[in-house]
Design a protein around this ligand. Sequence first.
Ligand code: CUA
Length: 321
Amino acid sequence: MTPAFPLVPERASTLAGEVDSVFLFILGVTGFFAVAIWIAMLWFAIRYRRRSAADRPPAIHPSVLLELTWTLVPLGLMVVMFVWGARVYFHMNRPPDDAMTVTVVGKRWMWKIQHPTGQREINELHVPEGRAVKLLITSEDTIHSFFVPAFRIKRDAVPGRYNTAWFRATKPGRYHLFCAEYCGTEHSKMTGWIVVLPPGEYQTWLAGGPPPESPAAAGEKLFTELNCVTCHRPDSAGRGPVLVGIFGKPVKLATGDTVVADESYVRESILNPAARVVAGYQPVMPTYQGQVTEEQLIALVAYVKSLQAPAPAAAAAGRAR
Ligand code: CUA
């Protein structure tokens, strides 16, 4: 049973225990020293108070051992906090490779969510228990913040860029979702629920409702409608770079620099094509700023991501063996 005033929120993700352990350790250490220093201060104030107008206290010769102790013990405690905290931080910020990507777009005043298979939800996210879920978070107006206390995740939704967070839910249930960044008059109403279902029930949930269109399929349509295909052809005869197999790979730029073709780079190249031009190409692409919404951008990025190069025959044969 949960107590009326729990020290920490319910723990419902694999990260929750890790975050709480670091937090409680730091709270314990700082709490202990705050109390110890306060008591010592009081005791010293009374014990060494001025007793007469002409007090002549004896000279003090500091002890090297004492100095070393109160330097090295706090140093050791700080190093423990740093190393432990950094490990948890890196774990929180590196989604596992097998995570399913759910896109989240913040908007005054709602959360628009889409599953990799295309299902859309507003202010609700259904996820299977035990599966790693990576969130690709952005905003179409102002800064919001996607906050699920039970999972110990909080990530800003910033217009113009993609932020990521991930979690693996550990028990079925409904968990509160908040916007944790003041975003206007109805900020406090910008809440929702994460619904964690047993894997079987999640499949049933996915199958309900009208057949959805995946972001990649929607992106493919847009790619034709916006005439991207005329320059980005699958062969190398187009005026723009071939997009097949580039996602996640390093790309050489006209400036000589190299950039990894991730979600943010693809997005930037659609809105501001001249910013980082691929080596060997002219900056002839027009901007699509104002012509595509954040959700259409996500669809286009998903389409580019889906354009994986067919595996070379030799490698495929090697894997088959
Ligand atoms: Cu959105 Cu506060």
